[in-house]
Design a protein around this ligand. Structure first.
Ligand SMILES: Nc1ncnc2c1ncn2[C@@H]1O[C@H](COP(=O)(O)OP(=O)(O)OP(=O)(O)O)[C@@H](O)[C@H]1O
Ligand SMILES: [Mg+2]
Length: 253
């Protein structure tokens, strides 16, 4: 199996020597190509810290993270942005779309930065918008569409470059339950049909159940892993709920 992400014994501290906070504690896991992995944990357990370290926004205090076989600690500052663009797609809780660009232009942004010819960009973006059911809002601006549509647009933008790994931080956090379900189904489709590799952090058992496996983060370290295997999505959801209620964490939503 082709390993896209390899996290080896990572520790992350915040603060100064006299006031040190350990946010990540001996974190170790791999993500293989084509996987959809959920990381679950209560508030403050280290989910965003871990994503920030993987996305090169922050640096680990100890240990190593390999993305596409490259040790992130060896990246030079001048390489960071292009490495990130080539290998990673991001979906954030609050969409992070540019308000002055149309939906179509937002999705095209990663291609524009790469200097993809306009005709090819238009072809790629149009076909992706059709796939994701947002072609009817192509010329609208973010302020003119719903939260669910904004997040589908953010999904398309994260995927348009065909990155090695899509990182999603609470992607359903700002959505109502219907839009959240549509978004999760969209991620599942991108994973199953387009072979997108996805790492999603969430505190919500329902969202987590869309992954193929769930890693449970508590106080900065993993204390459990559940695999979906042959379970239906609903069976997997119930086994996650059971895990959360047995081992603590936040109340299920
Ligand atoms: N920049 C920072 N400086 C100091 N401490 C921080 C910083 N960022 C995070 N922390 C601390 O590290 C721990 C992990 O925080 P993190 O934001 O990763 O949690 P989280 O699981 O994403 O929580 P949430 O579900 O609320 O988003 C927390 O105790 C937090 O207070
Ligand atoms: Mg967070």
């Amino acid at each position: 199996m082709n390993t896209i992400l390899k996290v080896v014994d990572v520790e992350k501290y915040y603060g100064t020597k006299s006031n040190l906070k350990k946010a990540l504690d001996h974190i170790q896991f791999n993500v293989d190509a084509g996987e959809f992995v959920s990381i679950m944990g209560p508030s403050g357990s280290g989910k965003t810290t871990l994503l920030n370290c993987i996305s090169t926004i922050d640096m680990v205090s100890d240990g190593h993270i390999y993305l596409n076989e490259r040790d992130l600690a060896t990246l030079l500052p001048k390489e960071m942005a292009s490495f990130r663009r080539k290998n990673l797609g991001f979906i954030f809780q609050d969409f992070n779309l540019l308000d002055t660009l149309s939906i179509e232009e937002n999705i095209a942004l990663p291609l524009a930065i790469k200097n993809t010819p306009a005709k090819e960009t238009h072809r790629i973006v149009t076909s992706l918008m059709q796939r994701l059911g947002i072609d009817d809002i192509a010329t609208k601006f973010p302020s003119q569409v719903s939260g669910g549509q904004k997040q589908r647009c953010a999904c398309a933008r994260a995927f348009v470059n065909r990155p090695k790994l899509i990182l999603a931080d609470e992607p359903t956090g700002a959505l109502d339950s219907v839009s959240a379900k549509q978004l999760l189904e969209l991620l599942t489709e991108l994973n199953a049909q387009e072979k997108a590799t996805i790492l999603m952090v969430t505190h919500d058992p329902f969202s987590a159940s869309y992954g193929n496996r769930v890693l449970f983060l508590k106080d900065g370290h993993f204390n459990k892993e559940l695999q979906k295997k042959q379970m239906s999505r609903n069976e997997f959801y119930h086994s996650i709920l059971l895990e959360v209620s047995t081992f603590g964490g936040e109340e299920p939503c």
